[in-house]
Write a protein that binds this ligand. Structure first.
Ligand code: ATP
Length: 232
């Protein structure tokens, strides 16, 4: 059964419509990647699933229940956790304090400080560093670790690779198999198509607020992906 069902949603910012009749499903344990160019609506989709944006039309269902009207902070205890674009870690807290903030829901599960440090060994050495002094990679690992600390059933990752050197991106993505192995369902939004194809079981490509291509990475050709991505 699908853990997440996004059913024919329209999402607006005032008069501007960012998403048009979009439907996606994510099965329990699956890793779905949503790719698309700047402004395609990827972050808007994640924010709508997390409860920061509301669909004007359509429904978001989680584990069979309609959560479209539920506030963002009420979705975290259900098991939905977002790593936002730009990481948004607290600059005046240490990296460890940032992780602890993510654990305040006390959902039971595999993730705690020890397991986060095992998954992101670079953080273990830098735990006392202030957020403001952390590198982009340390901040991204902290942001993902902070989301994991709530023991999510569904982890939403927004633009993991943004602004990071390729080697750092590789290191961060190397943690994803361990995260999936704990049964966590992952929805990752990426502009870096190669990374997305490497980690995902299934891919959706968005163009101007609509899904224009969907399939398993091995079944999609480079040409199909390029024309869906660029709208040619
Ligand atoms: P990016 O990688 O640039 O973040 P994206 O695919 O995540 O792209 P969104 O951020 O979801 O795209 O933006 C979708 C559309 O909605 C864009 O045209 C964007 O300008 C617009 N938009 C996003 N946030 C707002 C906002 N707060 N107010 C008005 N328009 C917005």
């Amino acid at each position: 059964m699908a853990l997440l069902e996004v059913d024919a949603i329209d999402v607006h910012y005032g008069d501007f419509q960012a998403i048009y009749g979009l439907s996606i499903t994510v099965d329990e344990g699956e890793t779905l990647a949503v790719i698309g160019a700047n402004g395609a609506g990827k972050s808007t989709l994640l924010k709508t699933i997390a409860g920061i944006n509301r669909p004007r039309v359509g429904e978001v269902r989680f584990d069979g229940a309609n959560i479209s009207g539920l506030a963002a902070h009420r979705r975290v205890p259900l098991g939905i956790s977002l790593t936002p674009e730009g990481r948004r870690i607290f600059p005046s807290l240490t990296l460890e304090e940032n992780l602890l903030v993510g654990g305040h829901t006390k959902r039971p599960g595999y993730w705690n400080l020890t397991t986060v440090y095992e998954t992101f060994p670079l953080l273990a050495d830098r735990r006392s560093r202030l957020g403001v002094h952390a590198s982009g990679g340390e901040q991204q690992a902290t942001a993902i670790g902070r989301a994991l600390m709530s023991n999510p059933r569904l982890l939403l990752l927004d633009e993991v690779s943004l602004g990071l050197a390729p080697i750092v991106v590789e290191n961060i993505y190397a943690a994803l198999p361990n995260i999936s192995a704990q049964g966590t369902t992952v929805l990752v939004v990426e502009q870096d198509v190669n990374q997305a194809l490497k980690v995902a079981n299934r891919v959706h490509c968005l163009l101007e607020g609509r899904s224009v291509l969907e399939g398993k990475p091995a079944e999609l050709s480079r040409e199909q992906i390029a024309s869906a991505y660029f709208g040619i």
